[in-house]
Design a binder for this molecule. Structure first.
Ligand SMILES: *[C@@H]1O[C@H](CO)[C@@H](O)[C@H](O)[C@H]1NC(C)=O
Length: 160
């Protein structure tokens, strides 16, 4: 059976626009690569990867709320809008000078910059997920992500 061409085009175009807003689930190695690209020191990368997995399940578009004082939490690091401290809902602002919603797309480079600022100011203890699942616990092994990428991706996912 012939599928009408316009239908095929529609599906392709629809997918392109639908996919980014739906977010992505990163593997540990993909997250580690992004962190490394952003200049996060090697010794802390497994802590960050653990934190991201425990906070958002690596879902780049996760938004949760409302929580304390009608705050929401955004993106792979679950950065909070509480007191407009790090970002503001609907307009740029806070320490990171960001609109919170900007943390929901699948480009996580801006999320990493803001999360680093939070970590510098408050430490990893800002994140409940880190306190509960990462602090003094075995961390994911992302040291071998570059070599034999596929197998190591699977291995590090099993570890968590
Ligand atoms: C990621 O989070 C968004 C927002 O909560 C949700 O709609 C989406 O289904 C999640 N993606 C996956 C693959 O779980």
């Amino acid at each position: 059976m012939m599928v009408p061409r316009f239908f095929v085009e529609f599906v392709i175009i629809f997918s392109i626009f639908w996919w980014p807003t739906h977010g992505r689930i990163l593997t540990n190695c993909e997250a580690a690569k992004e962190l490394q690209k952003a200049g996060i020191p090697k010794t802390f990368i497994s802590n960050w990867v653990c934190l991201m997995r425990s906070e958002s399940g690596m879902n780049t578009s996760l938004m949760k709320g409302p929580g304390t004082s009608s705050s929401f939490t955004y993106g792979i690091f679950q950065i909070s809008s509480l007191n407009n401290k790090y970002c503001i809902r609907g307009r740029k602002g806070g320490v990171c000078n960001k609109k919170c919603e900007d943390f929901l797309n699948d480009d996580i480079s801006d999320d990493i910059i803001c999360a680093s600022k939070i970590e510098k100011a408050e430490g990893f203890k800002y994140w409940k997920g880190w306190l509960n699942k990462c602090k003094s616990k075995p961390l994911p092994d992302v040291a071998n992500c570059k070599r034999r990428r596929r197998r190591d991706t699977i291995n590090s996912d099993i570890i968590l």
